[in-house]
Each structure stands twice: as structure tokens, then as C-alpha cells.
Ligand binder design. Sequence first.
Ligand code: ZN
Length: 381
Amino acid sequence: MRRPTIPSFPAVRHLLPFSRPASRERRLPAVVVGAMVLGFVGVVTPLGTASQSATAAVAGCPEPAAGAVYRTPSSSIKAVALTIDDGPSGAWTPRILDILKANGVQATFFLIGENVRQNPGLVARTVAEGHQIGNHTDTHPTMTSLSAGQQAQQMDAAQSSIVAAAGVQPCFFRAPGGSFSPTTLALARERGMSLIGWSNDTLDWDAPLSVSPSYQAGIVDRAINPAYKNPIVLLHDGSPGNYRQNTVDSLQRIIDSYRSRGYTFTDPVGRPGHIGDPVGYLDSVSSPAPGQVRVVGWSFDPSAPTEPVAVHVYVNGAGYAGSTGVARPDVRAVFPQASGNQGFDLTSPTAGGLDTVCVYAINIGPGTTNPALGCAKISVD
Ligand SMILES: [Zn+2]
């Protein structure tokens, strides 16, 4: 039987009924605007006042690493991060996603903004299937050849395209070709992103533009050697050349090799996969009446898209349980695999004054993570 697992969460006080269905005329922009407004817990420091704040917190992201990250964290577990750059590509990304899905393996996709705008549905699918999204600039320039303002523009343009496509803020940035300066690092950190390098370059970006079993053997060898305990592996699903069959054909062997040696597949900062966890978003927090707080959003479990997802609303640390079940055709339009009833619209009692409200989707599978859909502060009468 599947049951909620909520380790280290405060006690949930009582079950709340739905207040009322979300209005039917909601459209995608509501999700996107909500994402833009609520995606940041902190405030992104505008360029020019950077000295006031070194980093910005992004909901669901760890504190940005102080320096560039070339390996997953050193710990007692063997953790490999598969990273896949330069997409999304209509030709190759679906094949990569299919292999990852069949293996239940998480990867991190470093996306180029102009490719995101060509393939927004693939970004939504990538997120829905539990993968991490990284920012890989808007047009893939060499960052060290750009001014600070131009570098910031590259990050921000890609960021807004990713948010528009899938409603998520990336936790990670990777510089094209791995070329970055201290300015690049600072700009990424100001946007809540860790700057990610790699330990194992498979050189798949230099593969022949036709099937080559011998080159594939080289891709696999470079993906697993040197045999680090905590590697970050560099692969590609997009340009240059836009021919990635050799990468596609190598991926299963790379996964099999790491899995057979007991590795856990994580994101670049060592967080285990979220395969099977719910995805979703907190669209709005309001106070419809004195002593009440109302949260509206959506969530679903990609591995069980027709089942309702348990949602817990925490107001000043006290939890209130609810679930999805409200019609959200806007979300269905972006995530076709969702049932259409993945919305929540819950009203909870609360203390007056400035309240902190966080909403979590509760993992109902065997994993133990509870994705934060978002947090907000609200003044209540
Ligand atoms: Zn690249």
C-alpha cells in the first residue's frame, strides 16, 4: 500500500476539505506568472548592486556553492551525476528521456534558452519526469568573451524561457565549454545557481555524425574512467552537429556500469533523484477573510498522473493536510500526462499578523522526499 512518508515534518493538525474549485478560465500564464512571482524566496540582486547580496535563494534549491562544482559531494555513498547539455532537441531529447525513464534514473539537463523556446513541451516533460534543469545560457556564447552585463543577459534570458516553459527556476548554471570567470560565478550565485563543471568529459560533442561503435566505446569508457567515487559526467543531447545517436546508444551502458558498481544517481550537488516524486507549483497565497489563509496551486505524481497528490500546507510551522482534485485544464495543457484534476485550492485557519506559508507535495512512493511547491509571507487580519 502506498502511504505518505513525511519524515521531519511538523505534525499535521487536521484534514481540510476543498474550499471551492479553481475557476475554469485559468490559463497557462497564471502558472507562469505564479512561478515568476513565487519562484524566488529571496530577491535577485540587480546587476550594479551586486555587492549587497552574494547569493539569492531559489525555492527548492540548495544554497549556491561557493566555487565551481566538478564532482558530486564527497560522502559515504558513491554518487554519480549524469549531465546532458545543449538541448532540448526535438530529435534527441525524447530518446534520452525514454532511456532514463526506463531505468528510473535522474539526470540534469543544461538547457540553451533558444532551444527551450523551440521545444517548450520537452522542458515540461523533462521536469515532469523528475529531472533537474540547468541554465546553459541563451545562445551558447563563450562567457569569458562577454561583459558582465552581457553574461547576466545570457543567464536571465534563458531563465525566463525555462520558467515560461516549465514553471521551474534552475538551481544550476553551466558555462558553454566550461569557460567562466569569477564574474560568471558571482552572477550565477546571485541568481541562486551553483556553477557546475564536470569530472568526466565523454567527448560525445566531438563524435562522428554517423553511428560509430568504436567511438561509442570511447564515450562509455570516458564516462566511467577515471573511476571517481563522485563523478559528474558530461553528455550532450543537442548541437553542435545535432547528431546524438552515438550518445543515445552509449547511455544504457553508462547507466549499467554505474548501477552495477553500486552508485546512486544524483544531481550535481548530490541530491538523490526525484523520480516518482510529485511535481507542482504554488500559484498564490491570499487571505480571503480574517484568520484565514488560502493557497492555490497544482501538483501531480508523474508516475501516477491520475491519482490525487497529498498536499500539506504549513502556516507558521503548523501543518494542514489536503489533496489535489481541482480541475486545472491550464496545467493539463502543459503536462498532457496529467489527469486534469491536479489543482488544489485550500483554505486554512491561521493567526493574524505576518504569517509564513509553505506548501509541500507529499511523496506517496517509496522515496522520502517532499518537494516544496513554494513559500510566501502573507499579512492576515
Ligand atoms: Zn554546451
